[in-house]
Design a protein around this ligand. Structure first.
Ligand SMILES: C[S@@+](CC[C@H](N)C(=O)[O-])C[C@H]1O[C@@H](n2cnc3c(N)ncnc32)[C@H](O)[C@@H]1O
Length: 271
């Protein structure tokens, strides 16, 4: 337990710094969002469908762009993140964009102690699961916050990518285990993935590997009915230096024959 507290404290302090950097980064297009553009991608927009009039709980909402974009789509949004800075920026952006949304600062694992409502939709996306030590508990929390008949949706980077070296400029090379080690990986960090020009004081972060089977089984074991599980050969971000952007705005591994899963999505309901 002591170790877990340490892991989450260290990760939170990193995300506090990242939130301040990312809001002004080229990767996250905050200015475009403030001019009225959505930060959401066609994958989640098409797969989640019409959210108007629905209550939506966004888990790990970072500094709020996607949560606020769902609010613009008509959902009544509650965003949750453990980063104090992320929540402060989210509230500030909501005010600037004149969007009505609520943001709560909490570790996902403490959320049942803080929030008592249930929601039509629980949503989470891109870069979330590696920060969580216990997917079984995570899926139980997702279920806890869904009303009967409610929908859970996740679009996330494929765990296969986790095994690969994203600094090799030429091609994929395996450097990490697909299966969990039973302890987190400790990575050195000196800047945000979203902005290579700005450095932070070097520190470590802690991340957990989760294979697809454990993600899917956690959701099913928590009592949700899986409606679909999909894999995509495209990603909304340039995750590897050799990815190529196509006209549809997504990044691809540009090989004539080999296509790999870069993103997966799951929709599930609470009966
Ligand atoms: C890569 S970002 C998610 C970005 C997301 N696609 C969005 O809507 O912008 C991951 C987020 O998870 C948050 N986070 C990490 N561990 C968490 C935890 N245990 N509880 C709550 N938030 C957490 C971080 O603060 C960060 O904002």
């Amino acid at each position: 337990m002591k170790d877990l507290d340490k892991y989450y404290d260290v990760n939170r302090s990193m995300w506090d710094q990242f939130a301040k950097i990312n809001v002004d980064s080229k990767t996250y297009k905050t200015e475009e969002f403030l001019k009225g553009e959505t930060s959401l991608n066609s994958i989640e927009l098409e797969e989640l469908g019409d959210v108007s009039g629905k209550t939506l709980l966004h888990l790990q909402s970072h500094f709020g762009l996607d949560a606020l974009s769902w609010a613009r789509e008509g959902a009544q949004v509650t965003g949750v993140d453990f980063s104090t800075e992320g929540i402060a920026i989210s509230r500030n952006l909501a005010k600037k964009a004149k969007i009505d949304a609520r943001f709560i600062q909490s570790n996902i694992f403490d959320l049942p102690d803080v929030l008592t409502e249930q929601f039509d939709i629980v949503y989470t996306s891109y870069g979330v699961l590696c920060w969580l030590h216990d997917l079984k508990r995570w899926a139980q929390i997702v279920t806890h916050f869904l009303r009967p008949g409610g929908t859970f949706y996740i679009a996330e980077f494929h765990p296969l990518l986790w095994t690969l070296d994203n600094e090799n400029p030429d091609d994929f090379t395996f450097i990490r285990s697909y299966f969990p080690l039973g302890r987190p990986y400790e990575f050195d960090v000196d800047g945000s993935y979203a902005e290579s020009d700005i450095k932070i004081k070097p520190q470590v972060d802690y991340e957990w590997a989760h294979g697809l089977a454990s993600i899917i089984t956690s959701i099913a074991d928590a009592g949700l009915q899986i409606k679909f599980f999909r894999e995509f050969n495209k990603a909304p971000f340039q995750m590897f230096p050799f990815f190529k952007k196509r006209d549809d705005g997504y990044w691809y591994y540009d090989h004539p024959e080999i296509q790999l899963p870069l993103v997966f999505s799951i929709k599930a309901t609470k009966e």
